[in-house]
Ligand binder design. Structure first.
Ligand code: NAD
Ligand code: TDX
Length: 334
């Protein structure tokens, strides 16, 4: 029974990954999470006590990280400051957690020779043109646009250097935009769903033609597990499920699925430096490791996600007011 240390496991993807591992494998999971504003302990409620524990602490705490790493078979590193808009308003915690935190973890896995999988984002590659036939591949040049994506790019480069120089047993994955249950209400899809549930109108940045490549979080989870089990050490795998849609199309679909007129949204100020389009070519992951996504119908996945937010108001409501107040302070609420 392998033991996993999952950093950032009280956040959106880390908590879904923890549930996925406990449901689909016989591994045990220790979550290390600093429980920032982005964490939600309710996401980890009712997990089996004999296979799961939550440790509150930072990936920047070298002593704590060293001790935890020494007692586990592998580390899956999700912990990060993850929101672009926050990185524009205040980059400092992004540098600390995303770069120094990854460095701290790398030193511990190096010392104890523990397997590491580093979770990253397609945003390290910068954006593609709207009509560009190209997609992002592992060979695409790094060209991050925001403090968030630059900090994630930095962390990826540290992992690559620790593999090459110190023989650390690590893999990296760069995934496209995730959606699904337990995503913080600051993010695009949950923000719009919960605005409508509260009787307000969705908010589209700029003209809304920007394209994101959506993947259901459980497809991300299965891909990470596949890489952890069969990925080649030192390799980078891109994770995506051919889910390109404009933000405007997604807002219209949310409105339709929630029984509202499809033009009942507001245009608000655009995000500075707003990346135009991401699109992942996941051929390497599909052909080398045989991974396939399960949630290929975005409309069905989105409808299930809307149902989840309707049924779990107690999960998101305590975070909603502060999130919208923060957007108002940034001028991103209309
Ligand atoms: P999230 O913001 O929902 O969760 C991040 C978690 O990390 C939170 O629980 C937070 O408390 C924790 N954390 C923050 N600082 C910490 C620290 N110093 N020490 C320990 N824990 C800390 O983010 P998410 O959307 O779940 O993203 C998880 C990872 O996946 C990130 O590395 C992100 O870059 C990457 N990623 C996200 C997406 C996406 O669409 N959300 C896509 C590709 C990659
Ligand atoms: O209210 C909004 N209106 C809007 O039009 C919000 C919050 C966002 N947007 C736009 C901006 C983006 O084009 O929607 C798109 C998605 O926005 P976010 O949810 O903030 O995601 P993004 O910036 O694309 O980054 C996400 O995917 C890659 C995650 O937050 C990152 O952690 C991940 O690396």
């Amino acid at each position: 029974m392998p033991s996993l240390l999952v950093t950032g496991g009280a956040g959106f993807i880390g908590s879904n990954f923890t549930h996925w591992v406990l449901d689909n494998t016989d591994a045990t999971v220790t979550v290390l999470d600093a429980m920032t504003y982005a964490a939600n302990e309710a996401s980890l409620a009712q997990l089996p006590e004999n296979r799961f524990q939550l440790v509150r602490g930072s990936v920047c705490d070298a002593d704590l990280v060293d001790d935890l790493v020494s007692r586990h078979d592998a580390v899956v590193h999700f912990a990060a400051e993850s929101h672009n808009d926050n990185s524009l308003a205040g980059p400092a915690p992004f540098i600390e957690t995303n770069i120094v935190g990854t460095f701290t973890l790398l030193e511990a896995v190096r010392k104890h020779d523990v397997r590491l999988h580093h979770i990253s984002t397609d945003e390290v590659y910068g954006d593609l043109g709207l009509n560009d036939p190209a997609k992002l591949t592992p060979q695409t040049r790094y060209n991050p646009s925001s403090p968030y994506s630059a900090s994630k790019a930095s962390s990826d480069l540290l992992v690559r250097a620790w593999v090459r120089s110190f023989g650390v047993q690590a893999t990296i994955s760069n995934c496209s935009n995730n959606y699904g249950p337990r995503q913080h209400v600051e993010k695009f899809i949950p923000r719009q769903i919960t605005e409508i549930l509260q009787g307000r109108r969705p908010k589209l940045y700029g003209d809304g033609l920007n394209v994101r490549d959506w993947i259901h979080v459980d497809d991300h989870n299965s891909a990470v597990w596949t890489i952890l089990e069969s990925g080649r050490i030192g390799e980078t795998y891109l994770i995506g499920a051919d889910g390109e849609l404009s933000n405007k199309t997604v807002i219209q679909l949310i409105l339709e699925l929630m029984g509202q007129p499809t033009d009942a949204y507001d245009h608000v100020n655009d995000r500075p430096g707003h990346d135009l389009r991401y699109a992942i070519d996941a051929t390497k992951l599909r052909e080398e490791l045989g991974w396939r996504p399960t949630y290929t119908n975005f409309r069905a996945g989105l409808a299930a996600t809307i149902d989840w937010y309707r049924a779990n108001e107690s999960w998101w409501l305590p975070h909603k007011e502060a999130t919208e107040a923060a957007y108002a302070a940034k001028g991103l609420c209309g």
